[in-house]
Design a protein around this ligand. Structure first.
Ligand code: ADP
Length: 197
């Protein structure tokens, strides 16, 4: 297996920045697997698994699920892969998770390729999340229980305290680039692609 077969992209940015949407498009264009830890956890909640029952109150509160749980989840996901061609959306979220991911990737011989950081001003973020909840409700779709204004604000605070330190972690390793996340979906996607070259 040659290293060029691997491709590891990590999307960083606050809740509501548009990571999931942009990561999905990039995954399709580049033939990568999107790993969204929020989606995985919500799926466990919907299915009512032991893990789902354990994490539901944490998701509802907008705080972080323990690192050990996330690290074990990601370890399992990567273990099945012949080539590590992935986009992480929502992981890592703490320094401990980033360090564990580095160790896992080193074992697999798959270094981090790029870390786009989607930047959106604070005052825009909570509005986007609450609007997303409203639109889902208007379409008759399930609304995320954490897409209320109060929990969205809590998630921003958790991001600032626990995830923002990763900006220094990855810029120190030379992988990080900043992307202006305000604008249309195509516009932002174009910026992500430009930064990746
Ligand atoms: P957002 O980025 O909009 O907050 P996510 O779908 O990424 O949404 O995450 C939803 C929730 O899932 C988080 O608030 C947290 O409780 C949990 N979660 C997701 N990823 C992680 C992670 N890497 N570490 C800890 N908790 C996580």
């Amino acid at each position: 297996m040659t290293q060029s077969k691997h491709n590891v992209v990590i999307f960083l940015g606050p809740p509501g920045a548009g990571k999931g949407t942009q990561a999905e498009r990039l995954a399709q264009d580049k033939g990568l697997v999107k790993i969204s830890t929020g989606d995985i956890l919500r799926d466990h909640v919907v299915r009512g698994t032991d893990l789902g029952q354990q994490v539901k109150p944490i998701l509802d509160a907008g705080t972080l699920v323990p690192d050990e749980i996330l690290i074990a989840l990601i370890r399992d996901k990567l273990a099945d892969m012949e080539h590590v061609r992935v986009i992480f959306d929502g992981f890592p979220r703490t320094t401990a998770q980033a360090q564990a991911l580095d160790m896992l990737l080193e074992e697999l011989g798959a270094p981090v390729s790029a870390v786009p950081l989607l930047e959106v001003p604070d005052e825009v973020l909570v509005g986007r999340i609450v609007e997303r909840g409203r639109q889902a409700a208007a379409r008759g779709e399930a609304v995320r229980s954490d897409d209320t204004e109060e929990v969205a604000r809590r998630r921003q605070q958790v991001y600032r305290e626990q995830t923002q330190p990763l900006i220094d972690y990855y810029s120190g390793r030379g992988h990080l680039y900043r992307v202006d996340g305000v604008g249309g979906l195509d516009e932002v996607y174009g910026r992500i692609q430009t930064g990746m070259k």
